[in-house]
Ligand binder design. Structure first.
Ligand code: HEC
Ligand code: HEC
Length: 291
């Protein structure tokens, strides 16, 4: 077949391009009009786009991020800045309202309450989770903040004060109390009797021994005659089977001999008053909050 001879497909009568693969030949159909139209529109669109948006790198590397600037002056950075400014402004509007409102007002304002709980939750993760656990569940020596067993009290003002000034912390107004070490004052026998009596509070078993009198003499001033604890002293409830330092007889004897004392840092100097208030509302919301 010579060069100027066009081959036609026998079935459709359309010219072929001369390309052939294993007997399959390519027809030389023109591109469809709609397709050409879309191509042209895209080309025109792209030219417009190059003019108004940053598009081409410049040879010198000058210009906005080393390229043409675009007549709109748009950049991803300015877009980010704008949306961040919007978030900050929205947050600031809440923050002003939040800071001016009392705990009672916040409780009845759904929006402010949600704002406080969200802010408190994120501050909790950053500052408190190391000791109290991510969800506030606590661990040995660090109280669970989800239950309704409170050392110092579970209403929102009391929680706020505990967070602000801490417990046995380096703060002038910190909460403070110290269980005396009875290891030298009482005999091993006596400590064992008292421990049996302490365990009888939560087991409900009848107790009739020396431990009762000893407890009332030595311990009731802080833990109460019924063992239910006194919050003014941060003295835990010994009758609820929730143990801070362990609930075996050995754990209790050890606490009586040589007591452990938890330290909760004071947060006043480290966090803003607003953050501390958000934290108080968050902790109060965890489930054990009291009126
Ligand atoms: C270094 C460890 C540590 C960190 C960090 C910590 N806490 Fe505590 N927290 C404790 C200990 C220990 C206690 C128990 C104090 C006691 O023995 O009375 C406690 C007690 C509390 C109580 C009182 C519970 C009750 O039963 O009355 C609250 C409320 C509390 N923490 C909230 C927080 C918040 C909110 C944060 C973060 C801003 C935080 N804690 C950070 C160790 C910590
Ligand atoms: C001056 C007040 C005071 C006296 C008196 C006192 N305690 Fe305590 N006790 C405390 C405080 C405060 C704590 C909590 C320590 C902490 O928060 O770290 C505590 C903790 C305990 C615990 C640990 C509770 C737990 O959940 O793990 C036991 C058990 C206990 N006391 C038993 C006794 C017994 C028994 C006596 C009498 C022999 C006694 N206490 C006398 C203040 C006192």
């Amino acid at each position: 077949m010579s060069d100027n001879q066009v081959e036609k497909d026998a079935v459709s009568g359309v010219e072929t391009t001369g390309h052939e693969w294993d007997g399959i030949k390519e027809l030389n159909n023109p591109a469809p009009r709609w397709w050409l139209g879309v191509l042209l529109i895209s080309i025109i669109w792209s030219i417009g786009y190059w003019v108004v948006y940053p598009a081409w790198p410049t040879l010198s590397g000058d210009g906005e991020r080393g390229g043409t600037k675009g007549s709109f002056g748009w950049t991803q950075y300015s877009q980010l800045k704008e949306s961040q400014a919007e978030i900050v402004a929205r947050k600031a509007a809440y923050l002003d309202r939040f800071n001016a409102a009392s705990f009672d007002q916040i409780k009845t304002d759904e929006e402010l309450y949600a704002f406080a709980v969200a802010g408190g939750a994120s501050a909790f993760k950053d500052n408190c989770a190391t000791c109290h656990g991510t969800g506030g569940t606590g661990s040995a020596g660090y109280p669970n903040l989800l239950d309704d067993d409170w050392l110092w009290g579970g209403d929102v003002n009391t929680i706020h004060e505990t967070i602000r000034a801490g417990v046995r912390a380096n703060h002038d107004e910190t909460r403070f109390s110290e269980m005396p070490a009875f290891g030298e004052m009482l005999s091993g026998q006596e400590i064992s009797h008292i421990s049996d009596y302490v365990l009888s509070f939560s087991s409900g078993a009848a107790y009739d021994g020396e431990g009762k009198d000893l407890f009332e003499m030595q311990c009731a001033s802080c833990h109460g005659e019924d063992g239910k604890g006194i919050r003014d002293f941060g003295a835990p409830n010994l009758a609820d089977a929730i143990w801070f330092y362990g609930g075996t007889k050995g754990d209790i004897m050890s606490q009586i001999r040589q007591p452990q004392h938890g330290v909760m840092p004071a947060w006043e100097a480290r966090l803003s008053e607003s953050t501390i208030r958000q934290l108080a509302i968050y902790v109060h919301s965890l489930g054990g909050g009291e009126e």
